[in-house]
Design a protein around this ligand. Structure first.
Ligand code: F6R
Length: 236
């Protein structure tokens, strides 16, 4: 299902409501989380809800989609730093329930998801090349958590977090596409005209490894939320 909102703010509010409802229904919900510029507004809204008492997080468990390889966990560009800054440190989330994929720990990460009972709601953004998590074009639709090589486009998009393209990591750990599709519910947020082509291709095109987000067509409970700028290329 696709929900098109007029503005990015309205789209963010809609995604935030789904997250809040999920926690309201199940205090020990298992959340799959994403980083990136698109998600900053979501975490801001969640923190606001938490501060107003509307979002108890003490019993929630989180699994982040991805993390760079070969950087310290407190590196300013690390996704752990992003999550701490935008969300974790501003809530009462239990640090022992926070998980990130780590090199060498692929099987343990997948096992931890299974032990937690599976992901109730997976939050996703989309790259300009259609990537979800760091599953770049060409990733197998049956892929699981693993180490991947980042494309030049993705490294350029994230270079400002590292000061230069040369300093931007070349590899990352990511949940696989099959791992993502295992989540009981998936919600993808796309905002801005720069996501127009990737989103239209993911929605109107065939399911194919060339556009990893197209795999969501195979998910029985996937919701795509976007603003009108990101939706501009969609035909169906
Ligand atoms: C990050 C992630 C990525 C981003 C995507 C969009 O955890 O999963 O797939 O969602 O690169 O990033 P932004 O929002 O910065 O355009």
């Amino acid at each position: 299902m696709i929900a098109v909102h007029r503005t990015a703010e309205e789209a963010e509010a809609a995604v935030t409501s789904v997250l809040i409802e999920t926690i309201a229904r199940k205090a020990d919900a298992v959340l799959g989380l994403a980083t990136g510029k698109t998600m900053i507004g979501i975490y801001h809204r969640l923190v606001r809800a938490h501060r107003h008492g509307g979002l108890p997080l003490a019993r929630a468990t989180t699994f982040n989609l991805d993390e760079y390889c070969d950087i310290a966990p407190d590196h300013p560009g690390a996704f752990r730093t992003y999550m701490r800054h935008h969300f974790f440190a501003k809530t009462n989330i239990d640090p022992s329930r926070i998980h990130f994929p780590a090199e060498g720990g692929e099987a343990a990460f997948e096992r931890a998801i299974r032990i937690a009972g599976g992901i109730d709601l997976q939050l996703l953004g989309i790259g300009r090349n259609g990537h979800i998590g760091f599953n770049e074009p060409g990733s197998s639709l049956t892929s699981r958590t693993r180490k991947v090589h980042l494309t030049p486009m993705t490294r350029e998009a994230n270079a400002e977090d590292f000061g230069s393209l040369e300093r931007t990591p070349t590899h990352a750990m990511t949940m696989g596409i099959a791992t993502i599709l295992d989540a009981r519910r998936v919600i993808l947020l796309a905002t801005g005209a720069h996501k127009r082509h990737a989103l239209a291709d993911a929605v109107d095109g065939p399911v194919r490894a060339g556009n990893p987000a197209s795999a969501l067509q195979r998910h029985p409970n996937a919701l795509i939320v976007c603003d009108s700028a990101a939706a501009a290329g969609i035909e169906v």
